[in-house]
Design a protein around this ligand. Structure first.
Ligand code: PXP
Length: 235
C-alpha cells in the first residue's frame, strides 16, 4: 500500500498572508496524522514565504509520523537540516520568482554528492526530486540517493488524452527504473483526487506527497461549519 505525505505549506501560506498565528501548520499536521497521513512534508524556502524555522523545529518535536523537508541545496538550509534532522530531505530546485517548485532538479549541481553525503552521515534519508527520465534516474543511483521523488507536474498539467498517456508512460517507466535500483519510489506535484488514480494503479509508487488539492478540498469541506458557527455566535 502506498503511503501518503501531506504537504502543509499551503496552511502556512494562508497564515503568512496576515503574518499572524492562524492557521497553524502544526494543527494541520496533527489532523493529517490523525486521519491517516504517513508523513508530513514541508518546504523551508530561502525567502520563508510560507514555512518558518519555528514550524520546522516544532513539527520535528511534535509529529508522530515522519518529517520530510523539501529544500534547496544552499549552505544555510543544509546547516539547518543537519541541526534539526528531519527523517528525510527532498532536494528540490528553487527559484525566488516561481509560484511553486517548477520541474525536477538538475543533478549536475556542483558538489551535490558531497552535500548529500553530509546529510546522510547525520542519519537523514536523501531523496532527489527529478523528472521521470531514465538518465536522471541512473545519475540519482550513481549519487547514492536513498529515494527518488518523480516530478508529476507535467502529467498533472497534461491537457489531452495523448499527452496524459505519454506522461503516464514516462512515469511508469521511471518508477520501474527507480524500483530496480533499490531506491524508494516517491511521486508528487500537482496530484489531485482524479489524476492520482492511474498512478496508484501502477502499483509501484511507494509514497505520494500531496498538498494543494487536499488543502483546497479542506476549505470547502469545512466552510459550511465555519460559517454556521459564526452565524450562531452573532445571533
Ligand atoms: N513534492 C514536491 C517535491 C513539491 O515541491 C511539492 C510542492 O511543494 C509537492 C510534492 C506537493 O505539490 P502539490 O502542492 O501540488 O500537491
Amino acid at each position: 500500500m502506498a503511503e501518503l505525505g501531506i504537504n502543509v505549506d499551503h496552511i502556512a501560506t494562508l497564515r503568512q498572508a496576515r503574518m499572524g498565528l492562524e492557521p497553524d501548520p502544526l494543527y494541520a499536521a496533527m489532523i493529517a496524522e490523525q486521519n491517516g497521513a504517513d508523513q508530513i512534508t514541508i518546504h523551508l524556502r530561502e525567502d520563508r514565504r510560507h514555512i518558518q524555522l519555528r514550524d520546522l523545529k516544532l513539527l520535528k518535536s511534535t509529529i508522530q509520523t515522519r518529517l520530510n523537508l523539501e529544500m534547496a541545496l544552499t549552505t544555510e538550509i543544509i546547516a539547518i537540516a543537519k541541526t534539526i534532522k528531519p527523517n528525510t530531505v527532498t532536494i528540490v530546485p528553487e527559484r525566488r520568482e516561481e509560484l511553486t517548485t517548477e520541474g525536477g532538479l538538475n543533478l549536475k549541481i556542483k558538489h551535490l554528492d558531497q552535500r548529500m553525503k553530509e546529510l546522510q552521515e547525520v542519519g537523514i534519508e536523501v531523496s532527489l526530486f527529478i523528472e521521470p527520465d531514465i538518465e536522471m534516474i541512473r545519475s540519482a543511483e550513481r549519487l547514492k540517493a536513498d529515494a527518488v521523488e518523480i516530478h508529476t507536474g507535467n502529467y498533472a498539467n497534461a491537457k489531452n488524452i495523448n499527452d496524459i498517456d505519454q506522461q503516464l508512460s514516462k512515469i511508469s517507466k521511471a518508477a520501474k527504473a527507480v524500483k530496480s535500483t533499490g531506491m524508494r519510489v516517491v511521486a508528487g506535484h500537482g496530484l489531485n483526487y482524479h489524476n492520482i488514480i492511474p498512478l496508484v494503479n501502477l502499483k509501484i509508487i511507494e509514497e505520494f506527497n500531496i498538498g494543494h488539492s487536499i488543502i483546497s478540498r479542506a476549505v470547502f469541506s469545512g466552510l459550511a461549519e465555519a460559517v454556521s458557527t459564526m452565524k450562531k455566535i452573532i445571533s
